[in-house]
Design a protein around this ligand. Structure first.
Ligand code: BG6
Length: 287
């Protein structure tokens, strides 16, 4: 809170829950919130429009627990820990408090830098650029050690949708994928991808994708950087019921399209090396 005096106009710090602060951004025609728990964007919206991101009303804002919604940062491993089942799924970064290092404003675009928790010799930082046209989130990993390290990660975006039956995902047609539900390798269909039942895919693609929502007449464009994998996830009803921090019916209200370094796309970092994983999110409404 001692940094409040340096914050640009339109940006402020406020409590989100006991022991957890959030950064509030109020721009011309848009607003956003970043939780320091997990260093995650939890809301972005244009005035009068539906939110870009889904955020569960049942989430616990408690250090040591991940927030269900927004854009959790999975780091420095994605999914289960590669060798230690006692470690948390999706790494440690989403459960810990990040530190505000710098914030500024360039015209209508806010930028915010956060420092993440260290994990051994690995350090993480986040760079947000948030303006009237959308949001960009960049996660940089640095290996400060003397040995090579493997890092997997994801910007686990929960996109809000009008209804899951109204959306289709474009741009990943025909890409090779690992279907984690069937535990099988397969290519995505040649046409638009629709969500039918539980979906949990690591799609090997570095292409931009578009989430088209006929109900809200909206396209969300997802442009990856430093990524050759996208994780596409929706739990469907049975798995949603097992998630204590998600209302039973809310699986219909989001889909996750995560810009990732997952599965075969994990990155090896030599001593001193860094890697930047970023997603650039824009939405446009039509007709
Ligand atoms: O419940 P969590 O730990 O937030 O994970 C949610 C989902 O996250 C996705 O990224 C994974 O591919 C799924 O396998 C997982 O179920």
């Amino acid at each position: 809170m001692e940094r409040a005096m340096f914050l640009p106009q339109g940006l402020s710090l406020a409590p989100l829950a006991p022991g957890v602060d959030q950064i509030l951004l109020a721009g011309d025609g848009f607003s956003a919130r970043i939780a320091l728990l997990g260093g995650q964007l939890i809301d972005y919206r244009s005035d009068g429009k539906p939110p870009l991101l889904y955020l569960s009303p049942q989430t616990a804002y408690q250090p040591g627990k991940a927030i269900r919604g927004g854009v959790p940062v999975c780091w420095p491993w994605f999914g289960p820990h590669p060798s230690d089942a006692g470690q948390p799924a999706h790494g440690v970064a989403r459960q810990q408090i990040w530190t505000l290092r710098d914030a500024g404003c360039d015209g209508q675009v806010f930028h915010v830098k956060l420092d993440g928790p260290r994990h051994g010799d690995l350090a993480a930082e986040l760079d947000f650029r948030i303006g009237p046209d959308g949001a960009a989130i960049a996660l940089t990993t640095v290996n400060h050690g003397d040995a090579a390290q493997t890092v997997s990660a994801a910007l686990h975006s929960y996109f809000a949708v009008s209804d899951i039956d109204s959306v289709e995902l474009l741009g990943l047609e025909g890409a090779p994928a690992h279907d984690k539900v069937a535990d099988a390798r397969a290519a995505l269909p040649a046409g638009p991808f629709r969500f039918d039942g539980e979906v949990d895919l690591v799609v090997y693609s570095d292409r931009a994708a578009t989430l088209r929502d006929a109900g809200w007449r909206r396209d969300i464009a997802i442009q990856p950087e430093g990524s050759a994998s996208a994780v596409v996830w929706n739990p469907a009803p049975a798995k949603a019921q097992r998630l204590a921090d998600l209302p039973d019916e809310d699986w219909r209200r989001f889909v996750c399209v995560e810009t990732a370094n997952a599965g075969d796309d994990a990155r090896a970092l030599a001593p001193g090396e860094h890697h930047r994983l970023a997603c650039h999110l824009h939405f446009s409404c039509h007709g």
